[in-house]
Write a new protein. Structure first.
Length: 335
């Protein structure tokens, strides 16, 4: 790699958090234009897929009556299609149709107070998996529901936004970069010395931010889902924001966090959510079946137990996992 490349650090606010980009670019690169393009990329995803914006394209689809076709932009169609695919592949563990559960349990835009009546109704209902009741017409760029439900893309949209950031970076001729949004990251190329991007996986701690271990990443993405950042407390019990459609409420399986490495951040994001829902046993089996690297961290008797699947995450004990040659990290700065 040429030593004339310069390191740039860009960042901005979006989706209630911040996006960031570390990249090595030639002096001729128009960095201000790239900064604007990255902000536009994540904002476009937010405008289309947010449940916090009443006029988003996703909310238009949520408001539509069953049987009504709704025209949608290409990016949203792409995320819906992959969300339904991973929903089917995970046996419904990942489900993009849990919007009403998210709202009922106090994690939606309406506030943080659980709605007891809505929760009781949800606990007595077992709606079909969304991949069986949402129809997509890809050539016509439209979708329609075949049942009454609300979509929530919080388990996949941020990963897609990271992929869009990396796509944007590459349109500027930049091949060496690390981009991220919240706990989702994608890496391309290497550092100037040829070393992969080295990243810290966050320890699932309710109070402090500290690394659990580090991995290295090159031409891959990583995403982490966990119970330690977004939660509510009900009668002394912490409840995670991750919803389990099959039980009608937050996951309840002692999994503190899941990190997944995949070729796209959208896939890593969705698979991490699926494994959070499934728990250690079924989650491990699913990761092995579909051959992706994952780290499940379980709370057991006051101790964090690591369950590593694949060559990136090899640890199975409570100690830090090793530093393999091809890895990724979720929610701190690159090292």
């Amino acid at each position: 790699m040429s030593t004339s490349l310069r390191l740039h650090a860009l960042n901005g606010a979006t989706m209630g958090t911040r996006w960031s980009a570390l990249l090595h670019a030639s002096p001729a690169t128009d960095i201000p234009a790239l900064d604007i393009a990255l902000a536009n990329a994540v904002d476009r995803v937010d405008r289309q897929m947010s449940t916090w914006k009443p006029d988003s394209d996703l909310m238009r689809l949520n408001a539509a009556s069953p049987g009504t076709w709704v025209s949608l932009p290409g990016e949203l169609m792409q995320v819906l299609a992959r969300g339904l695919e991973i929903g089917a592949l995970s046996g419904g563990a990942f489900d993009i149709g849990v919007g009403r559960l998210v709202k009922a349990w106090g994690f939606g835009s309406a506030g943080t107070v659980p709605d007891g009546e809505a929760i009781r109704a949800a606990l007595h209902q077992r709606p079909p998996p969304t991949h069986t009741v949402l129809e997509l017409d890809a050539p016509g760029a439209r979708a329609r529901k075949h049942a009454q439900f609300d979509l929530d893309l919080s388990g996949i949209a941020k990963g897609f936004a990271v992929d869009e950031m990396m796509r944007t970076v590459k349109t500027f001729g930049i091949s060496d970069a690390l981009v991220g949004l919240d706990g989702e990251l994608a890496a391309s190329g290497t550092k100037p010395d040829g070393a992969p991007w080295r990243i810290a996986v966050e320890k699932p701690d309710y109070e402090l931010r500290s690394p659990l271990g580090t991995i290295e990443l090159r031409d891959a993405a990583v995403a982490t889902s966990g119970d330690y950042r977004h939660w509510i407390e009900v009668e002394g019990t912490r409840l995670s924001h991750t919803m389990d459609r099959a039980r009608g409420g937050p996951v309840d399986n002692a999994v503190a966090s899941v990190s997944v490495v995949a070729s796209s951040c959208m896939d890593a994001d969705a698979w991490a959510t699926a494994l959070m829902v499934l728990g250690p046993g079924e989650g491990r089996a699913l990761a092995q079946k579909h051959d992706f690297d994952a780290l499940l961290v379980e709370r057991r008797d006051g101790t964090l137990i690591q369950i590593g699947i694949g060559r990136v995450f090899e640890a199975t004990s409570t100690g830090p996992f090793p530093l393999p040659s091809n890895s990724v990290r979720p929610s701190q700065e690159a090292l």
